[in-house]
Design a protein around this ligand. Structure first.
Ligand code: DSN
Length: 421
């Protein structure tokens, strides 16, 4: 039996873990940054490697007893390089935000300028939102969409600002943007103003690895930052990839350790290695392609039901819907209501939102986790129908109960798999 020792020793934690097991089994996970990992990834993450301190890098550690940690870290690095077609990988960042910050410190001096996508148009906190401490160190300038109905980035304005502000780094990346970026344009602007172009691909790195979307390295990007637990379907963690510059890679290694972090989390690095091997498997390409097909199927339903989507739809794994404008329900109300029928997603600001972050106009949802469950277009479309039904008929308790029953049946028919290879 799973969790036997925890059950014997600590019933409070055991019960919370079991509660989460049931929640994940009986509900649909639509948060686009979440996924289900394989049992092999979980075993590696729960392994004895958690006991080990390994400051340094393979072959150059500050503590003894590294014969096995060196193996897992080297495996993770080699597999990551193969997945993303690059020459260097640092797999030690504890998460996405530390990977970003360590990279800034590796490549910039305090006071230097970084250009990133505005959070309100889909960017990420670490790309320069004033609530983060890094804005006390670096100067951030922003770019936005030109047209929120199509999602087109305002590349002309971006170039103009870049010429004036001379950023040292231009970040291409997002956490709530449903379209592909024009990497060639980013690279051209970077070249024109002498900035490094860095892609923060946390959300879509699995789609890149599965070749369902473009790889920024093919457009001359120098560095890709990513989490490992979203579409890439690995353990919670971060990673920094460098295309070909040994000079950049060395600076990044030094910045991650000893500059920014202490000991790497070796059990998680082993789990990253396992997940990367899974992603190298041919079935991962099918998975990545299906994520996009499922998102399209949901998009079509929303359009047919008259729900406004920011950028008009999706070209990746996520959709940002203006539920307040379309259905008169706030993002917070929608999140709570859908949770009550077994659908988990998150409230989200929409572009130029007039509402507040804790109760915005939108919801953000996506297909990585339901696709892991085995959903195809037909089930994804049905879920979208049920979501809109629940939001439209939110006062009808019987209707909500019947939607919840149908969601539970779908979950039963598509249990979370234990293995993907
Ligand atoms: N929290 C992540 C997300 O949900 O997109 C970004 O860091």
């Amino acid at each position: 039996m799973q969790y036997e020792a925890i059950k014997r020793q600590d019933t409070e934690v055991y019960e919370a873990i079991m509660g989460e097991e049931i929640r994940e089994a009986e509900g649909l996970e639509l948060i686009p940054s979440e996924n289900y990992v394989s049992r092999a990834v979980r075993e590696a993450n729960g392994s004895v490697l958690t006991n080990k301190y390994s400051e340094g890098y393979a072959g150059r550690r500050y503590y003894g007893g590294q014969e096995f940690t060196d193996v897992v870290e080297t495996l993770a690095i080699e597999r990551a390089k193969k997945l993303f077609n690059c020459q260097f990988a640092n797999v030690q960042p504890h998460a996405g935000a530390p990977a970003n910050v360590a990279t800034y410190f590796a490549l910039l001096e305090p006071g230097d300028t970084i250009m990133g996508m505005d959070l309100s148009h889909g960017g990420h906190l670490t790309h320069g939102h004033p609530v983060t401490y890094i804005t006390k160190i670096f100067n951030f300038v922003r770019y936005k969409m030109k047209d929120v109905e199509t999602g087109e980035i305002d590349y002309d304005a971006m170039l103009e600002v870049a010429k004036k502000e001379r950023p040292k780094v231009i970040m291409a990346g997002f956490s709530a943007y449903p379209r592909e970026l024009d990497y060639a344009k980013f690279a051209a602007i970077g070249k024109e103003v002498g900035a490094l172009v860095i892609a923060d691909m946390g959300h879509i790195s699995g789609l890149i690895a599965g070749k369902a979307v473009k790889n920024p390295f093919d457009f001359g990007f120098d560095v890709i930052l990513t989490t490992t637990h979203k579409t890439l379907r690995g353990p919670r963690g971060g990673m920094i990839l460098t295309r070909e510059s040994e000079e950049i890679a060395k600076k990044i290694d030094k910045s991650v350790f000893p500059g920014f972090q202490g000991g790497p989390i070796m059990n998680t690095i082993a789990a990253k290695a396992v997940a990367f091997e899974e992603a190298l498997h041919p079935s991962f390409k099918t998975y990545a392609a299906q994520i996009l097909k499922n998102a399209k199927a949901m998009e079509e339903v929303l359009r047919a039901r008259g729900v406004r989507m920011i950028t008009g739809g999706t070209s990746n794994h996520l959709i940002l819907a203006d539920v307040f404008g379309s259905l008169g329900v706030t993002g917070h109300e929608a999140e709570t209501l859908l949770d009550s029928v077994g659908i988990t997603l998150n409230k989200n600001m929409i572009a130029d939102d007039t509402r507040k972050p804790m109760d915005p106009s939108g919801i953000r949802f996506g297909t990585p986790a339901i696709t892991t469950r085995g959903f195809k277009e037909v089930q994804s479309a049905r879920v979208a129908e049920l979501m809109v039904d629940a939001l439209e008929q939110r006062a009808d308790k019987n209707k909500l109960e019947s939607i919840h029953s149908e969601i539970k049946e779908l979950c039963k028919a598509f249990p979370v798999p234990e293995s993907f290879v």
